[in-house]
Design a protein around this ligand. Structure first.
Ligand code: AKB
Length: 320
């Protein structure tokens, strides 16, 4: 990775991945792109930035060529709940953007990364310790996009020799940029509401397990996979990765250790609950561990204390 283009750079992952990549590979070697033009985003001022609608294939190619990139990190996509509300729009954006990104990467012979998700699994997938290779019959538009994306990345690798790599991310927890439109977003909102109001109403019911991961572990996973020896990669698109399997009350109990008066309420949203119910309780990351040394640093306890500390600082700065 010498010159890297990132799409969806102002989203939840991009907002932290771009600064991290700039730290490792140099500010001028990371081209951040996003459909948003707003000047107030600090990322647009802190290094190379281009406005890009990923459904515009020519514009994407022109930007990538202009900056002579050798690595393409394609993050722009709608998350599960939004995709379910606007399925056709989601198909066009998620798949159209991905095809354009793969074509650009092919023309310019770039290394390629795009995230898949636990959403690539469905109700007929084994629920516990879900294997790397298993039944993938998702019942959501997001899941259909993710499985299609995994297959498309495999196709570009097999057919054109493109160096495609990906992971199936669980719910990502972070304090820099909010996720927006996901099913696992409750696991981020709970921290904001715990600090602001001392209580949170969860739209996911008690007893619903899903995989989660703290953002620093997710960023390390992307960089480690992209730096991995290609001859070792058998399951390129995409690797199961996870750090925590938790239900809403596990987060509440952990937060209570820091904020004893914290109170959790439940008002289940049937749409997001149905999506969560169709996903695994926990996935098995053994292939990622064996093939490129995936590891996680944050369990629920460590994540919770770091998240509360960093978010409190952020909220104080926002007020001040
Ligand atoms: C979502 O909830 O849609 C995402 C995901 C697990 O892919 N966070």
């Amino acid at each position: 990775m010498k010159k890297i283009l990132v799409t969806g750079a102002l989203g939840q992952i991009g907002s932290e991945l771009v600064p991290k990549l700039r730290e490792v590979y140099g500010i001028d070697n990371v081209i951040a792109t996003d459909i948003k033009q707003e000047k107030q985003f600090w990322l647009t001022q802190s290094g190379p930035y281009e406005t890009l609608d990923v459904t515009n294939a020519q514009a994407m190619f022109d930007i990538a060529k202009k900056h002579q990139v050798d690595t393409f990190i394609h993050l722009a996509a709608l998350l599960s709940a939004t995709a379910e509300a606007k399925p056709l729009f989601a198909w066009n954006l998620n798949m159209g953007g991905l095809v354009n990104a793969l074509e650009t990467a092919k023309e310019l012979q770039c290394q390629f990364f795009t995230p898949s998700s636990i959403g690539a699994f469905g109700p007929s997938t084994p629920k516990d310790n879900t294997p790397q290779v298993t039944i993938q019959r998702p019942t959501t538009m997001y899941g259909v996009n993710k499985v299609s994306g995994e297959l498309l990345c495999d196709y570009f690798n097999l057919k054109f020799g493109l160096d495609t790599r990906g992971v199936r991310f669980p719910g990502l927890i972070s304090y820099v940029a909010p996720p927006g439109g996901g099913t696992t977003d409750y696991a981020v909102e709970i921290f904001y509401e715990a600090l602001r109001r001392g209580q949170y109403t969860s739209y996911i019911s008690q007893g619903t397990y899903m995989d989660m991961m703290y953002m620093p572990d997710a960023l390390n996973a992307i960089i480690k996979l992209m730096e991995a020896d290609p001859t070792k990669l058998i399951h390129r698109n995409a690797y199961n990765v996870t750090a925590i399997s938790a239900q809403p009350e596990d987060f509440a109990a952990e937060i209570k250790k820091h904020i004893p008066h914290f109170k959790m309420n439940y008002k289940v949203d049937p749409v997001r609950q149905a999506i969560a119910d169709s996903w695994p309780n926990s996935i098995d990351p053994t292939a990622a561990i064996n093939e490129w040394g995936f590891s996680r640093n944050y369990n629920l306890e460590k994540l919770t204390s770091d998240m509360l500390e960093k978010l409190q600082q952020k909220l104080r700065q926002d007020v001040g």
